[in-house]
Design a protein around this ligand. Structure first.
Ligand code: GTP
Length: 607
């Protein structure tokens, strides 16, 4: 059956990855309907505006006699940069290369000690002797270790876990050189150990195994070595080529040996060099909007040197580097390869995994950013055309065809939102359920998020990852019947959403908010540390209750306890709305005026 679609004789048709039949029709000056008909004849039901797989586009091209070439987003970006005479992959003369530190990501099963290990490594920054200095979380940090009579640097990405790793890879950013796979010696190899290992293998990244918690009485480090041989990781002492190091992150045992193993692995299997001169290139690791400082992004320089004052573009954001800081909050004026720095001066928040580069002038970076934004808008428009609209979805729901879980994702940094989204789409979702992310963003949960959710359908849940909603927004949510759930651990969010999807969600405890207070004054006491003078804004505060601390709508401390509570000079067990009080938080000593203290209790949830 002929449908009137034109036939080619081998002409090249370039299509963006995920193009629709309509896009294809545009290129060959055909009627989109004719291509739908052709696909139907080939046995596939595809609508004109739906985003197509590579296979579909290639199949149709072959059938019609066109040489379809699918252009990946990375290729498109290369072509865009070429217009500005920028070539990210330009060959650099051997004598212009310098060796650079390895970049390491820590992965492993939940609770096996990734975070503790990252902390221990930070503290073991032996050469610079920064002990006592307070390092800030900027998404990455560098340590210096003594090696072979000299000094070597190692860069750590300090968002542990493979979610962030895969989210970056999904954007085409290959950042990690070495993976430290943490396995708790008392627990052994667990499902996420294998997952992490597979991610590292898929990315062709060498692994160093940190056998952790060897201080525990039931630790069995040899068993870990044995278990991992089944997955192709054979310890050197067993004749293999993977370095295993016994550590105990909590008391800080074996950290130097582990760092030594990282250096040895880098030297044995990688040639880590990069040009140090020329405009900087690299990857944005995480970014967020700061009330006072605007867009704040941590970038990892991969080539060249980034300098204060440089014009840069990161994803669709551009600007001039107003100031740069390292993980100790110290201002830096230049950053070479493998150096992570926090950058101020971008006009917008880039995504985690977005490439960044410095260019000649403001105009170039602005034009690159604008073109990227335009391309993204076009791509997301194409996607939304392909997806069912909310109306069609609601019709389906009414007809009982499909159930859907609609989510709005809000997080403190773009990396966490992406990691969450990525992990969500990897869930094994029952067929009759649709999972939709109707909106995602960085920052506190706002009135407009709630309105968006309530306008959509009944089944919208807002997920706050390390961010909260203000009392006012919460009231709106209650009124509109919009559910808001808060998480601080990706794994936990995923687990609960997974359970919700499968209709199994029956948490035994729920958080019941007691009240909130605003910090009006802070003072230090040599005896009890930091005291906050507060006014209770809603509900009540109770001594020994759990609390979390919010600053500009973001959670800065969670799960702390109100350790003392006073009205004037007297100890109080409770202080109610409208009253002033003084309090201290156990485990948190950096209170600031304007901070909001939210307190809550865990209560058994009625079934
Ligand atoms: N005894 C002992 N406990 C440890 C050690 N390392 C970590 N822990 C404990 O193990 C628990 C989990 O450690 P984390 O560092 O939070 O583990 P994680 O892998 O980052 O966990 P997730 O973020 O939940 O995936 C904490 O209670 C730590 O105190 C260790 O070397 N020895």
């Amino acid at each position: 059956m002929s449908s009137g679609a034109p036939r080619g004789s081998g002409q090249i048709v370039r299509l963006s990855r995920g193009a629709s039949l309509s896009d294809f029709a545009d290129r060959i000056e055909a009627n989109p309907g004719s291509l739908v008909q052709e696909m139907f004849n080939l046995g596939e039901m595809v609508t004109a505006t739906q985003s197509c797989s590579d296979e579909t586009l290639l199949l149709l091209g072959e059938h019609l006699g066109f040489d379809v070439q699918i252009v990946s987003p990375e290729d498109e970006d290369r072509e865009l940069l070429a217009q500005f005479n920028i070539d990210l992959d330009a060959e650099v003369a051997e004598d212009r290369l310098v060796s650079r530190p390895p970049v390491v990501t820590v992965m492993g099963h939940v609770d096996h000690g990734k975070t503790k290990l990252l902390d221990a490594i930070r503290k073991a920054n032996v050469v610079e002797g920064e002990a006592g200095g307070i390092t800030q979380h900027i998404g990455a940090y560098q340590v210096h270790v003594a090696h072979d009579g000299g000094e070597r640097a190692i860069t750590f990405l300090d968002t542990p876990g493979h979610e962030a790793f895969t989210a970056m890879r999904a954007r085409g950013a290959q950042v990690t050189d070495i993976v430290i796979l943490v396995v708790a010696a008392d627990d052994g190899v667990m499902p996420q150990t294998i997952e992490a290992l597979n991610h590292a293998k898929a990315a062709d990244v060498p692994i160093v195994v940190a056998v952790n918690k060897i201080d525990k009485p039931d630790a069995n480090p040899d068993k870990v070595r044995q278990q991992l041989t089944e997955y192709g990781l054979v310890a050197e002492e067993y004749g293999g080529d993977t370095m295993f190091v016994n550590v105990a992150a909590k008391p800080g045992i074996g950290v130097e040996e582990l760092l030594e193993a990282v250096i040895l692995t880098a030297d044995a299997s990688l040639e880590l060099t990069a040009p140090i001169d020329g405009p900087a290139q690299g990857v944005a690791i995480e970014a967020h909007l700061d009330k006072g400082r605007g867009a704040v992004a941590t970038v990892l320089v991969q080539k060249g040197t980034l300098r204060a004052g440089d014009s840069i573009v990161a994803g669709g954001a551009h600007g001039r580097v107003r100031a740069m800081f390292d993980e100790n909050g110290t201002a830096v004026i230049e950053a070479g390869p493998a150096r992570p720095v926090l950058v101020l001066g971008l006009t917008a928040v880039p995504g985690a995994g977005d490439t960044f580069l410095a260019a000649e002038d403001d105009r170039t970076v602005r034009q690159i950013a604008e073109q990227r934004q335009a391309r993204r808008r076009a791509a997301s428009f194409a996607n939304s055309r392909g997806r069912a609209t909310l109306e069609t979805l609601m019709e389906q729901l009414k007809e009982g065809e499909k159930t859907s879980l609609n989510l709005v994702l809000k997080g403190d940094v773009s990396g966490s939102v992406e990691a969450l989204e990525d992990a969500l789409f990897k869930l094994d979702i029952p067929e009759e359920i649709q999972l939709r992310i109707i909106h995602r963003g960085v920052g506190a949960i706002t009135e407009s998020d709630v309105m968006l959710a309530s306008a959509s359908s009944e089944a919208v849940t807002i997920i706050g990852f390390n961010v909260r909603a203000s009392n006012k927004v919460r009231e709106t949510a209650d009124r509109e019947g919009v559910e808001i759930r808060y998480y601080t651990v990706i794994y936990q969010a995923i687990e609960e959403i997974d359970a919700a999807l499968k209709g199994l969600l029956k948490p035994e405890y729920e958080e019941v908010e007691l009240g909130s207070a605003e910090v009006r004054e802070v003072f230090r006491s040599s005896k009890v540390g930091m005291i906050a003078g507060c006014i209770v804004r809603s509900g009540l505060l109770r001594r020994n209750a759990k609390a979390r601390l919010l600053r500009d709508g973001a959670v800065v401390a969670d799960n702390v306890t109100i350790s003392s509570l006073k009205r004037f000079k007297d100890d109080a067990t409770e202080v109610r709305e409208g009253f002033e009080c003084g309090l201290t938080l156990a485990g948190y000593n950096n209170l600031q005026v304007g901070d909001i203290i939210e307190t809550f209790e865990m209560r058994e949830k009625p079934r």
